[in-house]
Design a protein around this ligand. Structure first.
Ligand SMILES: [Zn+2]
Length: 242
């Protein structure tokens, strides 16, 4: 997978944290390959297993360059009203704790937001996440979130932009400040057209760049340069890779 990505021009990789159980695998890859980095974080789906001391332990690794995925996801909430309230409350606590942690260790955030744009934006602003900034990964095309561009947040664009039904995202893309656009995979999910159904891999980021170029009326080289330089601004350690 790394060879394929290299031959398609991918220079660096960031493996986001989701389930702490998978961290040793990410660390192993980051130790084997210069251009592989990782992040530590607990995804909202795993907020019941949140353990700050585990994050504290892994964050000291030299290849750990970000905190996340963390955030809010109201897509799959419990049906029972009490349970639902409890889950939302816990998600918020775990998210805030990780924002504070990111500020303490001075690393940018990888933020996951699904069906929770208002609460996520409020929390990011109230807790001064601007201090470290981050990426709104798989940007959900919510107009409401564009304002975070002024708060040191970048917008992760993935395979969805290549889908025929991505009307909202295609419409909003030109409204995102160009110095805040970043390309991502969300692998193994959200494989770009025409490879939908296959496992998503970093080599397909070319298809995403191509589609962004078409929509913004720029050349693919422009998009490559722009998104590479944006990624290096946010994830400073990427600059060590040529
Ligand atoms: Zn996510």
């Amino acid at each position: 997978m790394i060879q394929n990505a290299r031959s398609c021009g991918v220079k660096a990789f960031l493996i986001p944290g989701a389930d702490p159980k998978d961290l040793p695998k990410a660390i192993q890859l980051s130790e084997k390959y210069d251009e592989v980095f990782f992040a530590v974080g607990v995804h909202p789906y795993d907020c019941e297993n949140y353990n700050l001391s585990l994050l504290e332990k892994y964050v000291t690794h030299p290849k750990c360059i970000a905190v996340g995925e963390c955030g809010l996801d109201y897509f799959r909430l419990p049906k029972d009203n009490e349970e639902k309230k409890k889950n939302i409350q816990l998600q918020k606590e775990v998210f805030i704790s990780q924002i504070q942690f990111a500020k303490k260790v001075q690393k940018p955030l990888i933020v996951h937001i699904r069906d929770a744009s208002n609460d996520s934006k409020t929390i990011l602003m109230e807790h001064d996440a601007k201090e470290v900034g981050g990426v709104l990964h798989c940007f959900n095309a919510s107009e409401h979130l564009l304002e975070l561009s002024n708060h040191n947040f970048y917008f992760g664009i993935g395979g969805v932009i290549t889908f025929k039904n991505a009307k909202k995202l295609i419409e909003i893309l030109p409204k995102i400040a160009q110095d805040k656009i970043i390309i991502e995979t969300d692998g193994p999910y959200l494989t770009p057209h025409p490879f939908r159904g296959e496992r998503n891999e970093p080599k397909y980021t070319n298809n995403i760049a191509q589609r962004i170029a078409e929509i913004l009326n720029l050349s693919i080289e422009d998009i490559e340069n722009l998104t590479t330089s944006n990624a290096k601004k946010l994830f400073k350690e990427f600059s060590s890779i040529n």
